[in-house]
Design a binder for this molecule. Sequence first.
Ligand code: ZN
Length: 81
Amino acid sequence: MSFDVKLLDGLLVCTKCRSALIRDGDHLICVKPDCRIQFSIRDEIPNMLLEDSVVVPIGNWGPIMERSGRDSVSGAKPSAR
Ligand SMILES: [Zn+2]
């Protein structure tokens, strides 16, 4: 069973800053440039615990946003601008 990214969008938010999360592989990543928290997904279950999360380096975060069709600097959806 695969995870529906569109369904996920808007349901799960970053537990630190409440921003949206995007999925990249087995990770969920916060779209806020100042936050960039990354949560792991194991067996299709996201681990939303802050103590288990890591911060994505800014150099990796931009390309991840781009892969998800978001702005590589602001993390915003193009349609939201
Ligand atoms: Zn966040």
